[in-house]
Design a protein around this ligand. Structure first.
Ligand SMILES: [Zn+2]
Ligand SMILES: [Zn+2]
Length: 165
């Protein structure tokens, strides 16, 4: 596909409502291409950022298993490649602004996990920077309520999601 065609396709995809596009893609790939191994070309439209992150993580993990010589060779090869853009259709849970504000206020600038003061002040409004974490993630059926959320510093938040327990 030529660059112009790609741009054109991208622009058209952006015009479509994400929800419908996802349904259309699903339908096409499940039905029209069901009997073949073919997939619609626009499969580079990821269902969610998370899906893409996971794919990327897998790639990195595989590359980390290579020796340093192979890795250097890979990097050299990819140095001059053009940037590629693709559309990510994001599906996310609607958040409750009242809960966020209340949990942040109740935290009094302290992380609920490490008990330290928020690491910095928000440029936007001068408030201490903490993030809201769901004890049971909304993807797992947890509610966006005061009972199910805690205010944590960004380090602890990352640890809660990516750390070893
Ligand atoms: Zn913390
Ligand atoms: Zn979280």
């Amino acid at each position: 596909m030529k660059i112009n065609e790609k741009l054109h396709l991208n622009q058209n995809l952006k015009k479509l409502n994400g929800k419908y596009l996802e349904t259309i893609l699903e339908y096409i790939n499940n039905n029209l291409f069901a009997k073949t191994k073919a997939k619609l070309k626009v499969k580079k439209v990821f269902n969610s950022s998370e899906k893409y992150e996971k794919k990327l993580e897998k790639e990195v993990a595989a590359i980390l298993k290579l020796n340093s010589k192979q890795r250097r060779r890979n990097v050299k090869k990819s140095k001059d490649t053009a940037l590629t853009m693709f559309t990510v259709i994001t599906k996310r849970f609607k958040r409750n602004a009242n809960v966020i504000a209340q949990v942040l206020t109740k935290a009094k600038a302290k992380c609920k996990k490490c008990k330290k003061t928020a690491p910095f002040i928000r440029k936007k409004d001068g408030t201490p920077y903490l993030e809201i974490h769901h004890k049971i993630s909304m993807a797992d059926g947890g509610y966006d309520t005061i009972e199910n959320t805690i205010a944590v510093c960004p380090n602890c938040h990352r640890e809660l999601h990516y750390g070893m327990n």
